[in-house]
Design a protein around this ligand. Structure first.
Ligand SMILES: Nc1nc2c(c(=O)[nH]1)N[C@H]1C(S)=C(S)[C@@H](COP(=O)(O)OP(=O)(O)OC[C@H]3O[C@@H](n4cnc5c(=O)[nH]c(N)nc54)[C@H](O)[C@@H]3O)O[C@H]1N2
Ligand SMILES: Nc1nc2c(c(=O)[nH]1)N[C@H]1C(S)=C(S)[C@@H](COP(=O)(O)OP(=O)(O)OC[C@H]3O[C@@H](n4cnc5c(=O)[nH]c(N)nc54)[C@H](O)[C@@H]3O)O[C@H]1N2
Ligand code: SF4
Ligand SMILES: [Mo]
Length: 854
């Protein structure tokens, strides 16, 4: 079963430019099962990244036992990657699922019934509303629920309670994608299509390790780069990823900028387009605004100046720019190396600028994919559970607010729109001070995924805020909650979601959730019912009960907006493939690519935002926007590069950056319960460059302490592919350690070191810019537990190939575990003093938490 652990992409199907990507169906069933053993196949799409591969879920005896790619789906043509194959279903029947609600009693979490758990929340909520009003409530949700669930939550928050304090972990994920779209084109919405891969002659990946994070999309690219008339690949990443290898192989360029200097590089590339006359002046004149300002902003960024700042070769900047300038069709993708790094929105917008200057948007082979990460991040943004208004409406436009007030039959003043919606980093600040006294966290694990973990643990465990956590498992976050609600997951409920290129899929319920677990939609509706929210005529605010009813309500509010779902239905979505929005009378079969007519949603009365200054985040007013009369033209916007706030110093001489490995999804709650994925990357590590390792006297597998001004971790070192001066840590590893394989599970969380700081426009925190130091603690007893076939491979020498786990079992846990239920034990062990200081926060938090489930 571990074949696709070592062979990540499976057998290639190379094909020439302009031809359809061949289908190949991937299948995985639990060990010992064949296709004839399956009782039924239930339509869905993979929920383990933003690619959204169409699949069917295999059901046997009421359990999910595997998945099969859908050959007819436009997204994946049948393929699935390692996470999709091995990680989609194993978690569901793991014996440590939450099956009953938990409430805190005398410091301990104890099992209870729904009546009691929801009763506590509602009592708290009503009391707070009466005493302090709606601003006492905060919601922190996710990029992993369904449209129906986000829309229900958004209506509860905006029309029921009237709180602006609602956001998702999408703030950590794709807030910059949304912000960049709004700044350039007037509204969110992916311009490009995966079909651009089949037509382009160059592919630029900006801070995007697609080879590990959207493996099926990367397989699609490999089928072009390994076929006839291949595109050149350009990779912008401080690590030598598999993408960088492909850049070299295709005659493209690998640009490895110093961490935190993306914008200087982008300004350099933009300047080259101007300097070499690679600008389509006529198109730019007709369809954009701001070219003169942009030209003067980038003027100082000569290749030599860029080389000084970024540590790249000046000729590599010229070569990369020439590839962009000389191609007729470039496809660009952008992800966390840009979004989570310094000057995020300005850097992401700079990618749009390159395309707009060349008139390369809206036609086959010329497109932008500002990527999403999470499978349903797009829907959170569309539905407004990230604080925006549903349907890409502008909170600052009273007519847009009125449209929603009409749809919900509430007073427009109920709908928060007097100030920008509160972003997640600010929500946690309010929870820290107790101004938010009820924080409801759904489908995210901030104790592991938010920056500066010690602070987050303190916020979640303190008395100043009542914390509700809704999850599948007792996560590091749930352990700190006051009420824990057991949720049904993927395959255990019905709903829709939209991938990164706007393709909407329906995921049908395949099996019942365990025990008393309920769908997030049912939980939100239960709360709404108990709160008794009404419209302005005193009728119940929310009348829908089933997912399909919510979907139909959602469709209705998208009418006339860019994100138009009006032509979609559950019936249509039960067809052979997902369908990309907009879907309406004009586009009954959906829309592969936006902006083919070069008309952008920038009209002042239609746009989703009036925009910002990219350097400072200062807002543009309605009057200023109207005065520019954008009338469907796109904005070219630039900003000068400034150095990051935490530059390396004598004390912390290295740059610290974080990210992912192909085998795990985030905090591993799903992939850590799948045997083959877990075993492929069972414990944390950090990657160092050869020169840095030599200077520090560190060899492969040695234990090292990595410290920043905020915290420290102790993990094993991989002497690997990261650029000199930088350190890379995977962020997947909290203290949850199912197999007990980790030698130091308590001190391995990458976010102990990251900092509470964010982009001025998108408010996305910077997980990829900080300073650190590394010291050797002791010799290792073998290689680091890092994969050897990815960007994490060793720089030198041969290590055993990553193969994955025991082929006779699929789950990591077969019995209800007794591990991990007493977090105070995790903090109790003896640690080097440096590390000890960093975990004081954890100890504080853990001291009064003992769950009642052991
Ligand atoms: N296997 C796997 N796949 C996933 C996920 C997962 O957890 N595991 N998560 C999904 C989600 S939610 C997301 S958001 C995506 C994220 O997908 P990616 O953005 O591709 O993943 P990351 O590893 O976070 O970061 C990408 C690259 O940024 C580089 N980088 C670091 N600092 C800088 C910098 O300053 N400049 C530049 N140019 N690059 C830098 C890193 O070296 C890294 O290779 O993946 C999705 N897919
Ligand atoms: N240092 C560093 N930190 C990072 C990043 C980084 O690159 N570096 N990346 C950031 C990014 S891009 C992201 S997206 C975040 C991800 O961070 P998180 O969102 O915290 O990560 P997940 O492990 O995906 O957490 C999702 C939770 O939802 C639960 N869950 C899954 N399905 C359901 C469901 O249907 N209902 C309910 N109620 N619960 C469910 C899972 O069990 C899990 O606990 O991490 C961010 N943090
Ligand atoms: S590429 Fe993403 S959506 Fe497709 S199978 Fe892999 S994890 Fe799932
Ligand atoms: Mo993400």
């Amino acid at each position: 079963m571990s074949g696709r652990i070592s062979d990540i992409y499976g057998e290639g199907t190379p094909h020439p430019r302009g031809t359809t990507w061949p289908a190949r169906v991937d299948l995985h069933l639990e060990p010992g099962l064949g296709e004839s053993d399956v009782d039924s196949w239930v339509q869905s799409a993979c929920l383990l990244c933003s690619n959204g591969c169409g699949c069917d879920i295999a059901v046997k005896d009421g359990r999910m036992v595997g998945v099969r790619g859908r050959a007819t789906d436009v997204v994946n043509h049948g393929r699935l990657g390692p996470k999709g194959l091995y990680g989609s279903t194993a978690w569901a029947s793991s014996p440590d699922r939450l099956t009953r609600p938990l409430v805190r009693e005398g410091g301990r979490l104890v099992e209870t019934d729904w009546e009691t758990a929801m009763g506590r929340i509602v009592e708290r909520s009503k009391d707070l509303l009466e005493r302090k009003g709606p601003l006492s409530h905060g919601f922190y949700t996710t990029g992993q629920l369904f449209i129906e669930e986000y829309y229900a939550l958004a209506v509860i928050g905006k029309a029921g309670l009237g709180t602006p304090h609602m956001d998702g972990n999408t703030r950590l994920c794709t807030a910059t994608a949304a912000a960049a779209f709004k700044e350039s084109f007037g509204a969110d919405g992916q311009p490009g299509s995966y079909t651009d891969i089949e037509h382009c002659d160059a592919i630029f990946l900006f801070g995007h390790n697609m080879a590990e994070t959207q493996t099926v999309l990367w397989a699609r690219i490999l089928d072009r780069t390994r076929g006839e008339d291949p595109p050149k690949v350009v990779c912008v990443d401080p690590r030598r990823t598999l993408v960088a290898d492909e850049a070299e192989r295709t005659g493209g360029v690998h640009l490895a900028p110093r961490v935190g200097t993306n914008l200087a590089l982008m300004n350099g590339l933009t300047r080259e387009l101007f300097a070499n006359g690679w600008v389509d002046e006529e198109w730019v004149g007709a369809h954009t605004l701001g070219v003169d300002d942009l030209r003067s902003t980038v003027e100082p960024y000569t290749p030599e100046h860029v080389a000084d700042i970024c540590g790249v070769e000046p000729d590599d900047v010229r070569r990369a720019a020439r590839i962009f300038g000389a191609s007729t069709g470039v496809l660009s993708t952008v992800l966390q190396g840009f979004y989570q790094s310094h000057q995020a929105t300005a850097s992401a917008v700079a990618v749009h600028n390159l395309h707009l200057l060349r008139g390369m948007i809206g036609r086959p082979g010329a497109g932008v994919l500002q990527m999403n990460g999470q499978p349903t991040a797009q829907n959170n943004r569309e539905c407004g559970a990230d604080g925006d208004l549903p349907g890409f409406r502008n909170w600052d436009n009273v007519k847009h607010v009125q449209q929603l007030a009409d749809a919900w039959n509430v007073d427009p003043m109920t709908i928060p729109h007097w100030a920008p919606p509160t972003h997640a980093m600010q929500i946690f600040r309010y929870a820290e001070t107790g101004s938010i006294e009820l924080l409801w966290i759904s489908a995210t694990n901030p104790a592991v995924s938010m920056p500066e973990s010690a602070r987050i643990r303190k916020i979640l465990s303190g008395d100043q805020c009542f914390v509700v956590v809704q999850d599948l498992f007792l996560t590091e976050t749930a352990e700190l909650a006051d009420v824990v609600l057991p949720a049904a997951g993927w395959g255990e409920k019905t709903g829709t979601f939209t991938n990164v290129n706007r393709t909407v899929h329906l995921s049908d319920k395949a099996v019942d959730p365990p025990g008393e677990a309920r769908s997030d939609l049912d939980i939100f509706l239960m709360y709404a019912d108990r709160m008794g929210f009404t419209d302005k005529d005193g009728a119940p605010l929310i009348t829908w009960r089933t997912p399909e009813e919510v979907f139909d309500a959602w469709r209705a509010v998208t009418a006339g907006r860019p994100v138009d779902y009006t032509g979609l239905s559950y019936g249509l979505l039960r067809g052979p493939t997902g369908i990309p929005w907009p879907v309406n009378e004009e586009h009954p079969d959906g829309t592969d690519r936006l902006y083919g007519d070069a008309v952008f949603p920038t009209d002042t009365d239609y746009c989703e935002t009036y925009g910002h200054d990219l350097a400072t985040g200062g807002t543009v007013t309605e009057e200023e926007h109207r005065a520019k009369a954008p009338g469907g033209r796109a904005f070219l916007k630039g900003a000068p590069y400034v150095p990051a706030h935490e530059e390396p110093s004598d004390e912390f001489p290295l740059l610290y950056t974080t990210g992912r490995t192909v085998y795990h999804f985030h905090t591993r709650t799903k992939t850590g319960r799948a045997r083959s994925l877990h075993d492929a990357a069972p414990d944390a590590w950090v990657e160092l460059s050869v020169p840095d390792a030599e200077r520090l006297g560190i060899a492969e597998g040695d234990w090292v302490c990595v410290e920043s001004p905020r915290g420290a971790i102790e993990v094993r070192a991989r002497v690997g592919q990261v650029m000199e001066g930088a350190v890379f840590a995977p962020f997947h590893y909290g203290h949850w350690d199912p197999s007990g394989l980790a030698s130091d599970a308590e001190h391995r969380l990458a976010n102990e070191l990251t900092m509470t700081i964010w982009d001025p426009v998108s408010k996305q925190p910077y997980f990829k810019t900080a300073a650190c130091r590394v010291t050797k603690v002791r010799d290792g007893d073998g290689p680091a537990p890092a994969p050897t076939n990815t960007a994490s491979r060793p720089a030198r020498g041969q290590l055993p190939a990553t193969a994955g786990g025991d082929p006779t079992s699929s789950r990591v846990l077969d019995e209800t575990p007794t591990y991990n239920l007493d977090p105070s034990q995790h903090a109790a062990g003896a640690h080097p003093s440096r590390v000890k200081a960093a975990v004081e926060g954890l100890k504080d938090a853990a001291a009064d938490i003992v769950t009642g489930r052991s």
